[in-house]
Design a protein around this ligand. Structure first.
Ligand code: FES
Ligand code: FES
Length: 157
């Protein structure tokens, strides 16, 4: 079946099997490899994207469900002010080790700071509870979120 959708501001289409996930559509049909495939069960958050502005695990969404809708992936994040600050903070805080989880975290943190510029530690932990990292122990990821949040508050758009 042909799925037509908007991805990172551009019209795209893919010819997919009806059971194809949005994650597979993005990676294998559109060549957008930033969204990672780790669990394919909605457990790890490495495949996080926005679908019509809502944060979703793209492994849990059928590609067909995205037809006629807007998808924003980590590759499209240079359009977002928060994303640049989040990416820089992850690097500076040492929150990137193997990096496999990082795109999903950057998407989730960008979503969090878009909605809550001054999140409490509990809010950060809650917002990131769907993202798994096997390397960092999370402390440096929390540091990165606080670093990015502080910088964004200090230099409002
Ligand atoms: S690959 Fe989608 S949540 Fe893990
Ligand atoms: S940095 Fe390796 S899984 Fe998070």
């Amino acid at each position: 079946m042909i799925v037509r959708l908007q991805v990172n501001g551009a019209r795209r289409e893919a010819d997919v099997w009806p059971g194809t996930s949005l994650l597979t559509l993005l990676r294998d049909h559109l060549g957008l490899y930033g969204s990672k495939n780790a669990c394919e069960q909605g457990e790890c958050g490495s495949c996080s994207v926005w679908l019509d502005g809502e944060l979703v695990c793209s492994c849990l969404v059928l590609g067909a469900q995205a037809g006629g809708r807007e998808v924003l992936t980590v590759e499209g994040l240079n359009l977002e002010r928060q994303a640049g600050a989040v990416q820089a903070a992850f690097v500076e805080a040492g929150a990137v080790q193997c990096g496999f989880c990082t795109p999903g975290f950057v998407v989730a943190v960008t979503d969090l700071l878009s909605n809550d510029p001054a999140p409490s530690e509990a809010s950060i932990r809650e917002a990131l509870s769907g993202n798994l990292c096997r390397c960092t122990g999370y402390a440096k990821i929390l540091d990165a979120v606080n670093l990015a949040a502080g910088r964004l508050r200090d230099s409002p758009a």
